[in-house]
Design a binder for this molecule. Structure first.
Ligand code: CP
Ligand code: NVA
Length: 305
C-alpha cells in the first residue's frame, strides 16, 4: 500500500494529511455522524497484545460509522501457529475493507502493510503508537486552544508512545522536552527526525536525563508505563526520579495539563493525586481515541467503497 493508504507511522505522512485528520476529529467529536459512511464495511482487528482502549474504541467507532469490526487475537488465528504475516495479510484482504493490528515487532506491521491490498492501521507496535499520538495532538490542541508556542514534557521511558509524539508534535511547532534515564532515551533516529521537524516548524526538541528541566514551565506533562508490554522483567527502579508527582509537577505552568495514554500503573509512573487531580485530561484522551480513529477510518476506508 502507498503511504496515504495506511497509517503505520506518522513521520512519513504528509503534514496536511495529519492536520486534516485532527480537523476531522474535532468535527466528529462535535457532531457524531448519523449517515453511516462505513455501512457494511468490515475492519479486521489483529491483536498480538492486550488492549482495552484500542479495541473498544475501534469496535465502537466502526459500529457508529455503520460498519463492523472482527476481533482476531493471534492466540485464535493461524498467525499464532506459524502462518506468516504476509499470508495473513493476503487472506484478510480478501474479506475485509481494512486491517488494524497491534503487534509486538514493528516489522510485522510493516509487513502487513506491504502485503495487504486494503489499508492497514497500526494499533501499537514496539516502536510506535500513531493512533494514540494523533488523538493526543487533538486533545492537547483542544485543551490549550492551539498547538502554537506549547511546551510538552515527557517523563520516564523513551518508548513507543514517546516516539509517536516526537513524530507529530514538533511538526506543529510544539517544544517537546523528553526526560528519561540515559539508557532509556528515545531512539536516536526518532529524535533526529523530530529535530528536523522542529527546525522546519518553529518547534524544539530536547532530550535530557533531568526531569526538572523538562517540566519547567511545561503546558503539558505526559508519562506512560515504565515497563511496556513485552518488556516484563525490565528493571524499573532507575525511573523513580521521573514519577509524575506533585513535587515535580509544581515546576510546570500553573495551567498545565497532565496526560497519560493509559493504562496507568498508579504509584509507579504516576501517583493518584496527579492522575485524579484537576490538571488531568486522561479520560478525555481515552475518549478522543475513538473520534480520531473514526476520522482515520472514514479517510482510509470510505473512499474505497
Ligand atoms: N492507550 C492504549 O492504547 O490503551 P490500550 O492498551 O488499552 O488499548
Ligand atoms: N508503552 C505502552 C503503551 C500501552 C498503550 C506499551 O507498549 O505497553
Amino acid at each position: 500500500m502507498t503511504e496515504l493508504d495506511g497509517f503505520v507511522r506518522l513521520d512519513t505522512l504528509p503534514k496536511g494529511f495529519v492536520r486534516g485528520l485532527i480537523e476531522e476529529t474535532r468535527a466528529l467529536k462535535t457532531d457524531t455522524p448519523t449517515d453511516e459512511p462505513l455501512s457494511r464495511a468490515t475492519l479486521g482487528t489483529v491483536y498480538q497484545k492486550r488492549s482495552t482502549r484500542t479495541r473498544v474504541s475501534f469496535e465502537a467507532g466502526m459500529n457508529t460509522l455503520g460498519g463492523d469490526a472482527v476481533f482476531l487475537s493471534s492466540d485464535d488465528i493461524q498467525l499464532g501457529r506459524g502462518e506468516t504475516v504476509a499470508d495473513t495479510a493476503r487472506a484478510l484482504s480478501r474479506y475485509v475493507d481494512g486491517i488494524m493490528a497491534r503487534v509486538s515487532a514493528h516489522d510485522d506491521i510493516e509487513a502487513l502493510d506491504e502485503h495487504a491490498s486494503v489499508p492497514v492501521i497500526n494499533g501499537l507496535s514496539d516502536f510506535n503508537h500513531p493512533c494514540q499520538a494523533l488523538a493526543d495532538a487533538f486533545t492537547l490542541e483542544q485543551a490549550k486552544g492551539s498547538l502554537d508556542d506549547l511546551r510538552l514534557a515527557w517523563l520516564g521511558d523513551g518508548n513507543n508512545v514517546c516516539h509517536s509524539l516526537l513524530h507529530i508534535l514538533p511538526r506543529f511547532g510544539v517544544d517537546v522536552r523528553v526526560a528519561t534515564p540515559d539508557e532509556h532515551r528515545p531512539e536516536a533516529s526518532v529524535a533526529e527526525t523530530a529535530r528536523e521537524f522542529a527546525d522546519q516548524n518553529d518547534g524544539a526538541v530536547t532530550v535530557t536525563d533531568n526531569p526538572g528541566e523538562a517540566v519547567e514551565d511545561a503546558d503539558a506533562v505526559y508519562t506512560d508505563t515504565w515497563v511496556s508490554m513485552g518488556e516484563e522483567g525490565k528493571e524499573a527502579s532507575v525511573f523513580e526520579p521521573y514519577r509524575a508527582e506533585p513535587a515535580l509537577l509544581d515546576a510546570a505552568d500553573d495551567d498545565h495539563i497532565f496526560m497519560h495514554c493509559l493504562p496507568a500503573h498508579r504509584g509507579h509512573e504516576v501517583v493518584d493525586e496527579v492522575i485524579d487531580g484537576s490538571h488531568s485530561v486522561v479520560w478525555e484522551q481515552a475518549e478522543n481515541r475513538m473520534h480520531a480513529q473514526m476520522a482515520l477510518l472514514i479517510r482510509l476506508l470510505a473512499r474505497n467503497r
